[in-house]
Every structure is written in C-alpha cells, then in structure tokens.
Ligand binder design. Structure first.
Ligand SMILES: Nc1ncnc2c1ncn2[C@@H]1O[C@H](COP(=O)(O)OP(=O)(O)OP(=O)(O)O)[C@@H](O)[C@H]1O
Ligand SMILES: [Mg+2]
Length: 474
C-alpha cells in the first residue's frame, strides 16, 4: 500500500512553481501591490507598486532578504507572532503608506507573510476619509429628517377639550392604543382626525417606531400601488436603481395612517385587503415576500356605509379596517370646548406671530357659541389666527371676528347682505373659487376626481383648495 506522502508534508512557498507565483503576482498587481516573503524572509513576490516606491527592480530583489531592501519592515514580526497587522501606517520615502501584513499559514504552520498596501497614497486615503465623513454627515441628517417626518407629532395631551364627547374619545384612544387592531377614525372635516391618529400611535407600544402617513386622495392613482407597496429595480421604466420601499415597508413595526381612505381607488381596494389579510407584501415587479408588522389607522369624513361611500367602498375591506372605531365629535356638539380652544389658539398664535392678545370678550364668545362651525376646529383655529392679527393686542371682540370670520359666520350673524358690499379682490377671488368648487362637487355627487376634472384642475390641487378655502362637503 502506497502512503500518500505528499499530503503529510507542508508545502513551502519556495516550492511553488514560477507559474503559480506569476498568478499570485498578477492578482496582487491588480489591487494595490504586495510583497510576499517565505518564512526565512526571502522575497518571492514583489509587484510593480513596490518597485515604484523603492526604486528597486524586481529582478534585483527577488530571492534577497526583506531587511536588505526594507530595513524597517515589520513583515518578519508577522511571521514570528503569527498575528496579522492590519491597516498600519508605514512611512517610507517621502510618503506614508497604509499597509496590512498577514501571515501565510499552511496546515497550521507559518510558511511566510504578505505585505499588502491598502491605499497607494495617504492622499487617496484622506480623500476617501473625507468623502466617507461627508456621507456619514449627510446620512445622519437624512436619518434625523426621516425620524422627524415619520414620528407622530401630537400626543393625546395635544387634543384640547374637556367636554364629555372629547374625554370619551380620548379615553377610547387610550384603550384601543394598547391593541394591534386596525382603527377607523370617523369625523367631519376639521374635527382633529389627524390628531387622533397620531395620538393612537403615541399611546401605543409602537411609539418609538415609525408613523407613516399616506393621503389616499392626494397620490395620483397610477403611482399609488408603488407608493404603498414599493417596487423592485426594473419594475417599470423610470424605476429607480435598487428599487424603492413603499410606505407599508417604511412603517414596519410602527403604524401607517391611511388618511381619506374613502378616496382609495376601487382598483386598489382588493390589493390593500390582500396585504392586510396576509400581513405580507410583494413589491411591484418583485417576487420576494416581505413580512409586515404594521398597525393600520385610517380616517374618513365620509360615512363608508352610507350613500356614496357604499358604492365606492368594498364591504370586506371596510370590515377589515373598522375593527375599532373612534369618532371625532363635531364642534357644534361640544360647544363647551370653545373657550378652552380659543385660549389655546390665542396662546399659539401670540407666540407664532408676536401678538399680545390677552383674551376674548364675552360677546365674542357668545357669538361663537351660537355658530354652527361647519369647518369645526380647523375653522375656529383659522378664525382665531386672523382675529389675533386683527386685534393685535388686548381683547378680541365681535368686530375682530366678523371682519375676518368669512362668509359663513357673517351670514349667520347678519343674514345675507342687502346691498353689495365691497370686497377685496382676494376675497372676491376666493368666494368665486369656493362657489365653483362647491357647484362641481355637488354635480359630481361628492366624487372629487370627477369634480376636479370638471374644474379643470388636478385632484391634489382640489384637496389643497378645499382645505385652504375651508369648504365643507355635505
Ligand atoms: N381637539 C383639538 N385640539 C387642538 N387642536 C385641534 C383639535 N382638533 C383639531 N385641531 C386642529 O384643527 C386642525 C384640523 O385638524 P385635523 O387636520 O386633525 O382635522 P381632520 O379631521 O383631519 O380634517 P380633514 O377631514 O379636513 O382632514 C389642525 O390644525 C388641528 O391641529
Ligand atoms: Mg385630515
């Protein structure tokens, strides 16, 4: 029986054939250069880079001892200790070089060492470091921004009011927040649905994870799917390299807020339903499934179970979203909150605009208590902001309200004007726009996409206008 002798012997570096040495040299030359010595310190490989920095020719160096060429070399140290020296600064000539030294080990025995330069010149390293540091700063900035954007802004304490309706809603939020179930927030425009959504997240265990908002009405229909679920590279023309995560993925471990859910296009509804049921998604154009742990909070000012909502909204999706419901009560049903809200907004706008309003007159408060507030708290807030600027200091009186109270308040106070009263051009324009929008909405049965088409504007712009002009839908 022949014993496989060769297998027991440790191959020594100087036994490598010239062809093998050539291959090793080629590989190292392709990077930043290397010196390889055997366990006795004899130089076996010496690439062009080391020729350049030492001024020695390869032929003159091969076979000589490392210390003859580089008397300060630490390569032998690596052979003695068997430990690599990584990214060491090596001063040679007029420059500093960054080198790593590694022992070459075969079958547990040190048979040589390699010195590999990492950056040919310190300058390159420095450039790299600067670039890297700039990128880190940039990254930190964006991380902060994302944190800012993706965190809930308001807590329960920011929801002002002590009426029974508000206290009850807040109490419900506190209890619901502990669960992971979907919540549907229902309320008229301006009742604070967005505040409630933020508060649910803030009160939950997910508070330190992202809160991602999506306005279902303002994202163009053809982009909605990739916005929500993300896409993979090459999913469509114009897709970003490396793909892009969708809002659901960004919200993972946190909450997603689907605002104006009633405007979710019908074609998207089964897709959303599937994601909610499976608790996982595939990016557009992708095959990989991504598991989801996201709390769904949605909001609507249209009763999804009645009238137009019934036709446009799938029942199965509605039941998925509506596990818990929070109702944001309209202001006219909790008039006792008006003084407290006024005080709060006066404080807010004094600070923002540098005014010095001390309070509000009794008459002004009575006037406000009798008003119907179709735009709810948002309308009250806008009115307070304007009245503060109008009064500038002291007490807000009836005059300050009516001058800036908009048509609704004026009409309710004085009835329609008998003689044409002179308005500023801006007021005229706003009231014209308001009339046109209201008429279009009525003609379109509340369908905003259609109303926007009639008005010749984009749906997103219509939403902007609705808010800006304080238009309340029926
Ligand atoms: N209870 C409240 N306390 C303090 N501020 C409130 C309260 N309710 C609403 N607001 C303020 O009123 C404004 C409108 O609130 P929000 O945007 O949450 O309304 P919304 O119900 O989402 O309305 P829409 O349906 O029109 O989107 C915001 O500026 C919000 O800060
Ligand atoms: Mg809202």
């Amino acid at each position: 029986m022949k014993s496989p002798k060769l297998n027991h012997k440790t191959l020594q570096l100087d036994e490598l054939s010239p062809e093998v040495l050539d291959i090793i040299e080629t590989v190292f030359s392709g990077f930043d250069g290397a010196i390889i010595i055997d366990d006795k310190g004899t130089i076996l490989i010496f690439t062009e880079y080391y020729e350049e920095i030492s001024g020695f020719k390869r032929e003159d160096v091969l076979g000589r001892h490392i210390l003859d060429i580089f008397p300060e070399s630490r390569l032998l140290e690596t052979i003695e200790t068997g430990k690599p020296i990584i990214a060491d600064v090596w001063g040679y000539g007029h420059r500093a070089h960054i080198v790593s030294r590694i022992p070459i080990i075969s079958r547990g025995q040190i048979i040589g060492a390699a010195g590999v330069s990492i950056f040919r010149y310190m300058d390159e390293a420095r450039n790299f470091a600067v670039k890297f540091s700039n990128l880190s700063t940039e990254l930190a900035y964006y991380k902060e921004q994302v944190k800012h954007l993706s965190h809930a802004k308001y807590s329960l304490a920011g929801i002002i009011g002590k009426s029974e309706a508000i206290l009850e809603a807040k109490d419900r939020v506190r209890r619901i927040a502990r669960t992971n179930s979907p919540v549907l927030i229902y309320g008229e425009t301006g009742t604070g649905k967005e505040l409630f959504a933020h508060a649910i997240h803030e009160e939950s265990r997910r508070r330190n994870n992202p809160f991602i908002g999506v306005n279902c009405a303002s994202i163009p229909e053809n982009l909605l799917e990739s916005e929500l679920f993300g896409y993979e590279e090459g999913a469509f023309t114009g897709a970003k390299r490396g793909g892009k995560p969708g809002r659901f993925e960004l919200a993972n471990r946190g909450s997603i807020f689907l605002d104006e859910i009633s405007d979710l296009p019908y074609i998207m509804q089964p897709k959303l339903l599937r994601v909610l049921q499976e608790q996982e998604l595939e990016r557009v154009g992708g095959t990989r499934t991504i598991p989801l742990d996201v709390r769904i909070i949605s909001a609507t000012n249209v009763d999804l179970r009645q009238g137009a909502g019934l036709k446009h909204f799938r029942e199965d999706l509605f039941y998925r979203l509506n596990v818990f419901q929070v109702i944001a009560p309209p202001l006219r049903e909790r008039r006792e909150d008006i003084p407290m809200l006024c005080e709060y907004f006066i404080g807010k706008y004094n600070q923002e605009n540098g005014t010095e309003i001390q309070g509000i007159s009794k008459e002004a408060l009575t006037l406000m208590s009798n008003y119907s507030w179709p735009g709810n708290v948002r309308e009250l807030e806008t009115l307070m902001e304007r009245a503060c600027v109008d009064a500038d200091k002291g007490i807000i009186d009836v005059d300050n309200l009516t001058r800036f109270g908009g048509r609704n308040l004026q009409h309710q106070l004085h009835g329609a004007p008998n003689h044409p009263h002179i308005r500023s051009l801006k007021e005229g324009r706003e009231s014209g726009e308001k009339d046109a929008i209201e008429a279009a909405l009525k003609a379109a049965n509340g369908n905003k996409t259609r109303a926007a088409q009639m008005l010749g504007i984009h749906r997103t712009y219509l939403y902007h206008k609705l808010k800006e002009l304080g238009i309340v839908e029926d």
